[in-house]
Design a protein around this ligand. Structure first.
Ligand code: NAD
Length: 494
């Protein structure tokens, strides 16, 4: 594996610290102005690597490379089978280099290494799934009764920009980029500024797998007034797929509208988790813990509002608090660790500031609070009024607010009382109730008696402030292609 700069006239970075450059037109390159940024490990709060810090010039260079690879390179023209083979080779290389990829995300954002390995497996699956899905897709043939015949084709849209957040760096990057590539687009990926490493490693592997230059470009840097805004303003971009905060989504949507560039937005959440009194308690406690404390709650899908029916409230809470307290907190690089620090100092400050709101807004912490360094312990809050900030805002950390409820109607009203609508969970052994409640919840995904389980064919996205559009399976095809109708006269005699 090439750990230094490749190409660019053979320059290699000489610092003993690992360096992650941009990948532009098949070369690993520094920023035009030479700017770099330290890549900080949240568990030591020290830099473990350096990354290129790009500007709008680097962003424009990457778009130009992707444009040229799309307009005159082999990738959009080579056909599904050849692209499928290259993408599967890439997935093989990801699996062979799983430890390096997992460690990169763990060091970049403090994710426990076992969870990072899970992300790498899922990332390789993203690549394999969309490679196969594109190859297996069928298009509509529409026999007409007027002596004409119509059919649909799905051609690549062109240059796709993917902008991803720091909480699942590799997994969310691959989730956007894999379908774009499988359908023959060329791509510029901008990972979050705090988590550059796995994207560069992944793009190196793509070149090793035989992906032609310019097909997958990676540019590192900030969003506003920098790489991110340059990518979203570039008229040579045909699609923008964004995952991140709802407010950033609004800015990106406005920027894209100036060029009428289609956008897909996967945004924030404030997931409701409904535990009915007929639930299997062991199962419900297990998933309620996972739903808010996995990845230290830095999950858009987090079940950060927990509603527990009166009859089981005390018993559920006894088990829930004890399960939360039993999570193994430690060094994210230790495979035994279940819970690590937050991703950055800024994020630690944002999350821990919510504890100060309890004295003004109301609410009582049963367990949790801040720990050493950037650690926020698994935190459970009760007695917070519905209008308290901890109940309304996306905290994006290991902080859950718990409320008792009495009836089904009441809890549906509580769950839907949010501008977000990414996902919800329902725990009940009553089949009719499971269907009834799932139908009435305003959410893009409802999990019944489980959490986080995905079928990549299913639509993924949110309603309200949680997003615009859906990705996954045919939904990704819809976004990353231009469907075309061909109508043909077939009854001419000569
Ligand atoms: P963020 O919106 O701050 O940043 C996300 C990405 O957008 C980063 O790469 C950032 O550099 C870039 N960016 C920021 N401003 C930009 C601008 N003006 N123009 C272009 N790019 C810009 O989000 P974050 O803090 O990295 O991630 C956390 C958020 O992401 C949470 O709200 C979380 O719920 C959401 N999220 C959603 C999903 C989902 O699938 N719906 C998944 C994961 C995270």
């Amino acid at each position: 594996m090439n750990l230094g700069l490749r190409g660019a006239g053979g320059n290699r970075h000489t610092s003993p610290m690992e360096f992650f450059g941009h990948i532009i037109d098949g070369e690993e390159v520094p920023s035009i102005d030479g700017q770099t940024t330290p890549d900080v490990d949240p568990s030591t709060r020290e830099p473990w690597a350096q990354a290129a810090l790009g500007s709008s010039i680097d962003a424009d260079r990457a778009v130009a490379a992707a444009r040229s690879a799309f307009d005159s390179g082999p990738w959009p023209r080579m056909g599904f089978e050849q692209r499928q083979q290259i993408l599967h080779r890439l997935a093989d290389l990801m699996e062979a280099n799983a430890q390096e990829l997992a460690l990169a995300d763990t060091r970049d954002m403090g994710k426990p290494i076992t969870q990072a390995h899970h992300d790498v497996s899922r990332s390789a699956l993203n690549v394999r799934f969309f490679a196969d899905h594109a190859r297996m897709s069928v298009a509509e043939a529409l026999p007409m009764d007027s002596g004409h015949h119509a059919y649909t084709t799905y051609g690549p849209a062109g240059v796709a920009v993917a902008i991803s957040p720091w909480n699942f760096p590799l997994m969310l990057g691959t989730w956007k980029v894999a379908p774009a590539l499988a359908w023959g687009n060329t791509v510029v990926l901008k990972p979050a500024e705090d988590t550059p490493a796995s994207a560069t490693i992944w793009a190196r592997l793509a070149l090793d797998a035989g992906m032609p230059p310019g097909v997958l470009n990676v540019v590192h840097g900030y969003g506003p007034d920098s790489v991110g805004s340059a990518l979203t303003a570039n008229p040579d971009v045909d699609r923008i797929s964004f995952t991140g905060e709802s407010n950033t989504g609004k800015v990106i949507s406005a920027a894209a509208s100036r060029n009428l560039t289609p956008v897909s937005l996967e945004l924030g959440g404030k997931g409701a988790n409904l535990i009915f009194d007929d639930a299997d308690l062991d199962n419900a406690v297990h998933w309620a813990v996972q739903a808010i404390f996995r990845n230290a709650g830095q999950v858009c899908l987090a079940g950060s509002r927990l509603y527990v029916q009166e009859g089981i409230f005390d018993e559920f809470m006894r088990r829930y608090v004890s399960a939360a307290q039993a999570l193994r907190i430690g060094d994210p690089k230790d495979p035994a660790t279940e819970f690590g620090p937050l991703a950055s100092q800024a994020h630690f400050e944002k999350v821990s500031n919510y504890f100060d709101t309890l004295s003004t807004d109301g609410g009582r912490m049963l367990t949790g609070g801040v720990g050493e360094g950037w650690l926020v312990k698994p935190s459970i809050i009760v007695d917070a009024p519905a209008d308290a900030r901890v109940c309304r805002e996306e905290i994006f950390g290991p902080v859950v607010v718990v409320h008792p409820f009495d009836t089904e109607d009441e809890v549906i009203g509580l769950a839907n009382n949010t501008p977000y609508g990414l996902n919800a969970m329902v725990f009940t052994e009553n089949l009719s109730r499971a269907h009834r409640v799932s139908e009435r919840l305003h959410a893009g995904t409802v999990w019944v008696n489980c959490f986080f389980i995905r079928d990549l064919r299913a639509p993924f996205g949110g309603v309200g402030h949680s997003g615009v559009g859906r990705e996954g399976g045919d939904f990704s095809r819809e976004f990353f292609t231009e469907p075309k109708a061909v109508v043909m006269q077939i009854n001419r005699s000569s």
